[in-house]
Design a protein around this ligand. Structure first.
Ligand code: NAD
Length: 499
């Protein structure tokens, strides 16, 4: 999407879009077995875009059977790794060559700014799949250092039928973090997109087939969480679930696994990231910029959003002024406008949830200093102003619970130790950030913060080479980097005695 395009030309491109709305099972699009559908509503304007197949147990059974057949006959896992690599590279190329279409689908479906879908979501999706494609023929197995008459080989084998259940905030990227490593290692993958955001997943299925990924190896089963999701979670012939979403559903998946076949479960769940700013920070403007974007990027619908801003008492007033200045400069509006930087909230439920947390913050005694209201009501879509609370106490619910919207809670602390104590006082442990000019403080605090990622003098840094995932109730297992391959492979020891 070139920045030169106007909102009108983008809207007319959107009008011409064709929506895939059926499940993609065993190499073909098909309706749900019982013919049910659910409405796909755009948060941009509240319009029904299409009706999507609402899959249930019968569809899940069909998909699992096709995935199992593909796995057993080796039509994918027995390809030379270099061949899997080439096909996945073609898939990545096809994603990039459909950037305009995929970006529009993502924006219409879940409300993020079109410029972000175009410049972030589509390229990151393609890059992730390409990176794991490259890894396919570069990661070696091991030989253990055993006695002279023994050869002990440690061999990585695909797990089998893998299910990816993903959320709606970065629909394609979250899917790619699982598609890349699962397919590169030879598994059959069934993707269950969130009901709020099925459109890009359904289109990706077709592009994967066009790239040459064989039938049954990559399937997409749309549907409601408690129906399609639960049926996958409880299925006796699914070997592993890779999940990204809320802790509540993560815990259900652990239960389903325990009550069915003990399938592997990897969980990437929520967060309540402390964004800590020490008074010795050299560049307070950069920190303020990061603090504002750290919560308002993607409308705050980010698992690692810096939703708790912890500022050293002595600089709080000055710093908060700067954060508000950055927030006021953000271009908030229709996600189809290429100038927009903060767009719509994914759906009516999430919109109500965020507004109710804003009401709760005020009731709990926090001071609302910016935003707090619905915006653009006349559009028919779901918009909430970037919102900032001051005087938040860490025991308040707005400091403890994941709001998953554009709401920043500001707290203060006395010194580094106090900041770490407050930062760690949460059930979550996905990420943390520290701004300081003191290298000793930076290292000590980075070690003391219980989180999967700690950013120093930046926010949300990282790329496909670095693992991402949580401590505590942010889940377990890691996406991205070669460490993600652990989730999709079994480790087999072959012990050979020489005579
Ligand atoms: P959610 O847990 O409501 O839904 C996630 C997925 O689970 C969806 O596909 C949904 O259909 C499915 N699901 C719902 N109920 C189910 C059930 N009973 N059985 C099986 N599947 C079921 O989460 P969401 O609202 O889509 O996404 C927001 C959450 O995702 C936030 O908590 C956020 O922090 C988290 N998230 C985490 C990461 C990470 O990498 N740690 C990244 C993005 C989002």
């Amino acid at each position: 999407m070139s920045a030169a395009l106007s909102i009108d030309s983008i809207k007319s491109q959107a009008e011409g879009l064709d929506f895939r709305n059926q499940a993609f099972i065993a190499g073909a699009y098909r309706d749900a077995a019982d013919g049910r559908t659910f409405d796909c509503i755009s948060p941009v304007d509240g319009r029904v875009l299409t009706r999507i197949a609402s899959c249930g147990e019968a569809d899940v059974d069909l998909a699992v059977q096709a995935a199992r057949a593909a796995f057993e006959d080796g039509r994918w896992r027995n390809f030379a790794p270099a061949k899997r690599k080439r096909i996945l590279q073609i898939f990545a190329d096809l994603i990039l060559s459909h950037t305009t279409e995929l970006a529009l689908l993502e924006t219409l479906d879940m409300g993020k700014p079109i410029t972000d879908s175009t410049r972030i979501d589509v390229p990151a999706t393609a890059n992730c799949i390409r990176w794991y494609a490259e890894a396919a023929d570069k990661v070696y197995d091991e030989v253990a250092p055993t006695a002279e008459n023994i050869i002990a080989m440690l061999r990585r084998e695909p797990v089998g039928v893998v299910v990816a259940i993903v959320p709606w905030n970065f629909p394609m990227i979250m899917a790619a973090w699982k598609i890349g490593p699962a397919l590169a290692t030879g598994n059959s993958l069934i993707l269950k997109p969130a009901e709020q955001s099925s459109l890009t997943a359904l289109r990706l299925a077709e592009l994967a087939a066009e790239a040459g990924i064989p039938e049954g190896v990559f399937q997409v089963v749309p549907g409601l969480g408690e129906e399609a999701g639960q049926a996958l979670g409880r299925h006796m012939d699914v070997d592993a679930i890779a999940f990204t979403g809320s802790g509540e559903v993560g815990k259900l998946l652990l239960k389903y696994s325990g009550e069915s076949n003990m399938k592997r479960v990897a969980l990437e769940c929520g967060g309540k990231t402390p964004h800590i700013v020490m008074s010795d920070t050299a560049d307070l403007d950069a920190a303020a910029n990061a603090a504002a974007w750290g919560i308002f990027f993607n409308q705050g619908e980010v698992c690692n959003a810096g939703s708790r801003l912890l500022v050293e008492e002595s600089i709080k007033e000055e710093f908060l002024e700067k954060v508000q200045g950055v927030a006021r400069s953000m271009r908030f509006g229709n996600p189809l406008d290429p100038e927009t930087q903060v767009g719509a909230i994914v759906d009516q439920d999430q919109f109500q949830k965020v507004l109710s947390y804003i009401g709760l913050g005020a009731e709990e005694g926090a001071q609302l200093i910016m935003g707090g209201k619905q915006a653009m009501a006349e559009s028919g879509g779901f918009y909430i102003e970037p919102t900032i609370f001051d005087r938040v106490d860490n025991t308040m619910r707005i400091a403890q619970e994941e709001i998953f919207g554009p709401v920043l809670s500001t707290l203060t602390f006395k010194d580094g130790e106090d900041a770490v104590r407050i930062g760690n006082d949460t059930i979550y442990g996905l990420a943390a950030a520290v701004w300081t000019n003191d290298v000793n403080k930076a290292h000590k605090m980075a070690k003391a913060l219980r989180a999967g990622s700690v950013w120093i003098n930046c926010f949300d840094g990282g790329d496909i080479t670095t693992p991402f995932g949580g401590y505590k109730q942010s889940g377990f297992g890691r996406d991205k980097s070669l460490h993600a391959l652990d989730k999709y492979t079994e480790l087999k020891t072959i012990w050979i005695e020489l005579h």
